[in-house]
Unconditional design. Structure first.
Length: 165
């Protein structure tokens, strides 16, 4: 796995840019890239998306190989490092920001990237001044984990969604 998808990359794709009804090629491309070990995500992202009770939730259920577990020793240890580092910064953040961040898949996604060398793919932006919530890119920077957005991923992997002639 070289690129780990955050749930927002899939949610925004479904809701905006690559809706499943008019761009099924995007979703096929993700499956192909997963088979090529370029793109994956984690089980906690799958769990978040399955709560949606929509076509994305059904797609997640049909594509279980896309989602890796986080129960390995290395990821667990990396998660502990994330918790420790963010706990030290929690006083500078809005009250409850740490609990909110730790309650979702994001810290696990970063922990998995720390152990695999993967790039985190997210629609969140780096903002060193934000104090209301922990942002994935800000946390990635602390741990020297690379991140990019969906469009950079598509460009990097030379995605093409071409209609037949």
């Amino acid at each position: 796995m070289k690129h780990l998808l955050d749930s927002n990359t899939l949610i925004e794709a479904k809701n905006r840019y690559y809706n499943m009804s008019f761009c099924p090629a995007y979703w096929q491309w993700i499956s192909i890239q997963n088979q090529a070990a370029e793109v994956s995500s984690i089980s906690m992202v799958a769990d978040e998306l399955k709560k949606g009770n929509d076509e994305l939730a059904q797609w997640v259920i049909k594509n279980p190989k896309l989602f890796s577990g986080v129960d390995d020793t290395e990821t667990q240890a990396a998660f502990s490092k994330v918790v420790q580092a963010l706990s030290e910064q929690a006083a500078q953040m809005k009250n409850g920001a740490l609990d909110e961040f730790l309650s979702g898949a994001d810290p696990w996604l970063i922990a998995k990237a720390m152990t695999t060398g993967a790039v985190v793919v997210t629609q969140e932006s780096y903002n060193p001044d934000i104090k209301r919530k922990f942002q994935i890119p800000n946390v990635c920077k602390i741990f020297n984990v690379q991140w990019m957005n969906t469009f950079d991923l598509l460009a990097k992997l030379d995605a093409k969604f071409v209609l037949p002639a």
